[in-house]
Write a protein that binds this ligand. Structure first.
Ligand code: PLP
Length: 375
């Protein structure tokens, strides 16, 4: 049997990793400034993470949600503390799309409605519900006939107001649009969305799958704005590589048995991974590091004449060029051994390093970038 060929691959196989470093099977060292789409939050193979997961696996790795699991309660408590959403409840699942799917489902249960408002260029995942709310004409959701999704341009207050009516179940928005190219909804736009949701009895869903877990210098990107969504989804950086995701749910949602469910959600290993991530983020002050080094990197990028615009916040950074960045990324990887990312618009270089990245590591990138841009 062969793998179903749906991803283009670089001919590099990392076999070892530590912090922001990777090594391939020949022992060649790479600098990872992408973390597999913002997944690596506390750094690869963090010793505390390795120790905790190994210990947990030696005790119990998995049992279903049919039995008590105090690690889930511990995780919910810690999530409340670190995010400030003490009074919300936590639903645990395994991927970002699954978290968004459950968020949309909750909105439908709560309102009895199906219509969704999403943003142009949005990306919310690849389940049919999440795909329906994803703005990409190439990805057609075959089973989404039940979802009625209206897309509005980001930060267009009039279009947003026009899209709302009393049939809207939910408005869904990313904290910062990652895949699209690091576009951030304005505080004004988010406040307007929140007010419209309140006016029409709709649910405000904030997708922090990529922008959450401290990446922007606050636990959630939307916490830079003055809003409080009804539902927040989180994945990627939450597990530092272990597939774990969650849905933060406001107290007004009434749970009932059978309302949501998932086999793997909140299993023992997943909880151990997420708990360690939260502990390391706090102990090593990684949100402060994300802010300081994010400011440093964005400042340096904004001073480079070839960079047309710098977008993002903290360590979720997009540098806009006036050319497609595919070759630049390839040269950074092949000649300088540095992993970076791109975005759907093809002209954005995307940086999503570990929150523990150092100034020296960023300087290594800038040295390489300068050489490449002078060519
Ligand atoms: N939401 C956002 C903002 C994302 O960036 C992604 C993945 O890139 C998803 C949802 C889907 O997450 P997953 O691939 O874990 O299903």
């Amino acid at each position: 049997m062969e793998l179903f060929d749906v991803y283009p691959l670089y001919p590099i196989e990392p076999v070892k990793a530590l912090g922001s470093k990777l090594w391939d099977k020949n022992g060649t060292e790479y600098l990872d400034l992408y973390g597999g789409h913002a997944v690596i939050s506390i750094g690869h193979s963090h010793p505390k993470y390795v120790e905790r997961l190994s210990h947990q696996l030696g005790r119990i790795g998995f049992y279903s949600n049919a039995v008590e699991n105090s690690l889930q309660n511990e995780l919910a408590l810690k999530m409340g503390q670190i995010s400030g959403y003490y009074d919300y409840s936590l639903f645990l699942c395994s991927t970002g799309a699954e978290a968004n799917e459950n968020a949309l489902k909750l909105a439908s249960f709560h309102t009895g409605r199906k219509k969704i408002i999403a943003l142009e260029k949005a990306f919310h995942g690849r389940t049919s519900g999440a795909v329906a709310a994803t703005h990409n004409p190439k990805i057609i959701a075959p089973f989404n006939a039940d979802h009625q999704v209206e897309f509005v341009p980001m930060n267009d207050l009039d279009a947003l107001e026009l899209a709302f009516d009393d049939e809207v179940a939910a408005f869904i928005v990313e904290g910062i649009q990652g895949v699209a190219g690091l576009y951030t909804p304005s505080n004004k736009f988010l406040k307007k969305a929140q007010a419209l949701c309140e006016e029409h009895g709709s649910v405000f869903i904030m997708d922090e799958v990529q922008s959450g877990a401290g990446r922007t210098g606050k636990f959630f990107a939307h916490q830079h704005a003055d809003i409080r969504p009804d539902i927040i989804t989180l994945a990627k950086g939450m597990g530092n590589g272990f597939p774990v995701a969650s849905v933060f749910i406001a107290p007004k949602f009434e749970p009932w048995h059978g309302m949501l469910g998932t086999t793997f959600g909140g299993n023992h290993l997943a909880c151990a991974a997420a708990l360690t991530v939260l502990e390391v983020i706090s102990e090593e002050k990684l949100m402060q590091n994300a802010k300081a080094l994010g400011d440093y990197a964005m400042d340096r990028l904004s001073k480079m004449p070839a960079v047309k615009e710098v977008r993002g916040k903290g360590l979720m950074i997009g540098a806009e060029f006036d050319f497609p960045v595919a070759d630049l990324r390839k040269n950074l990887l092949m000649d300088h051994k540095i992993f970076t990312g791109s975005a759907a618009n093809k002209s954005t270089l995307r940086l999503l390093p570990s929150l523990a990245v150092t100034k020296e590591e960023l300087d290594q990138f800038f040295e390489a970038l300068e050489i490449e841009l002078e060519k």
